[in-house]
Design a protein around this ligand. Structure first.
Ligand code: ZN
Length: 330
């Protein structure tokens, strides 16, 4: 085989994955074995509006192709993971939390018109789940839940080897399982959702509310901090260093997460629960108490072979999974 033929053979196997987030956009050129050939991360600048964001996505795609000296016709296609409900059959983003103006955007057709190659748009949690299933910790596993723990809590469901979308592409909203009917107000308008306890925003809100409560009761105040500007890692560190208020809220966040996971495990009987997102940096300090709660609360018959693990693709699960939609999608 000549060098040229050899190169073309390799090039033929590349796809582009895009992970569209509220604060950043990841764009990667991905090989068929899941390896990233080239990756760029650009700011979303959501406040600048839809058109400019779409232009930045296009520029980023051109950038990864050109920096590897490729042509667009060497690329198999483009997969895009986007927040919020996505009609994956039509490639339409219905709405996207944190992205103003993004209502019923036919992103698939817009990108296809530019590059003239196949484009698939999926929900971002589904794309991350597909990445872990295709090339990550859940490789070869046909029944798994991939939970994204971040500002909010979402999940991608892989059932019988396929992404489960539900009738209106709304499946997987694990963050809005009600874990306490008298719990705090959630972003969705309901009370006591898992997201209001165990997401980064939920944990911060609860700490802020607790501080206000103590202020009105004229009790001894914890160090006055603006928790909105603090990372989840810093909050966990404060808990470890003995700040009792923070410790209690973090412990409850993990406990409620375990209760939520146990409920989903009872319903879906997965082989594996994969946790992804920034909170996974906490490692065993998060995983051990979480597993304890799941194993206390779940049905013993469902727990025998259950694996609860962190994803292995880190922040790249979304771009790798989006690219993988081009090769082995259902
Ligand atoms: Zn909710």
């Amino acid at each position: 085989m000549s060098n040229l033929e050899n190169n073309l053979k390799i090039i033929d196997k590349l796809a582009i994955g895009v992970d569209l987030g509220g604060s950043k956009i990841g764009i990667a050129l991905v090989k068929k074995n899941g390896e990233i050939e080239k990756y760029v991360k650009i700011p979303t600048n959501a406040e600048q509006g839809k058109e400019l964001i779409i232009n930045r996505i296009k520029q980023g795609i051109y950038q990864v192709i050109e920096e590897k000296d490729l042509q667009i016709n060497n690329i198999l296609g483009i997969g895009i993971g986007a927040p919020g409900p996505v009609d994956y059959k039509k490639g339409i983003i219905h709405c996207a939390p944190n992205l103003p103006e993004w209502t019923d955007v036919p992103l698939s057709n817009i990108i296809k018109d530019e590059f003239k190659i196949p484009v698939i748009v999926e929900n971002d949690a589904n794309a991350a789940a597909w990445g872990e299933k295709s090339f990550g910790i859940a490789k070869g596993i046909d029944d798994m839940i991939c939970i994204s723990l971040g500002t909010g809590i979402g999940a991608g469901l892989i059932l019988n080897g396929k992404i489960y979308h539900g009738k209106n592409n709304l499946a997987g909203e694990i963050g809005h399982i009600v874990v306490n009917k008298e719990g705090p107000l959630c972003n969705c308008g309901n009370y006591g959702c898992l997201e209001a306890y165990s997401s980064a925003s939920g944990i911060k809100n609860r700490i802020n509310n607790k501080i206000k409560e103590l202020e009105t009761e004229s009790q001894v105040l914890p160090p006055l901090l603006n928790f909105d500007d603090i990372s989840l890692a810093q909050i966990f560190e404060m808990a470890r260093q003995g700040n009792q208020i923070v410790q209690d809220i973090v412990d409850e966040a993990i406990e409620y997460l375990g209760i939520g996971i146990a409920s989903v495990v009872n319903i879906l009987n997965p082989e594996m629960v994969v946790l992804v997102g920034g909170i996974t940096n906490e490692g065993e300090k998060l995983l051990n108490p979480l597993k304890e709660t799941v194993f206390q609360r779940g049905m013993s018959s469902h727990l025998q072979d259950l694996k609860i693990v962190f994803g292995s693709l880190g922040e790249y699960a979304g771009v790798i999974g989006a690219a993988a939609l081009l090769w082995n999608y259902n």
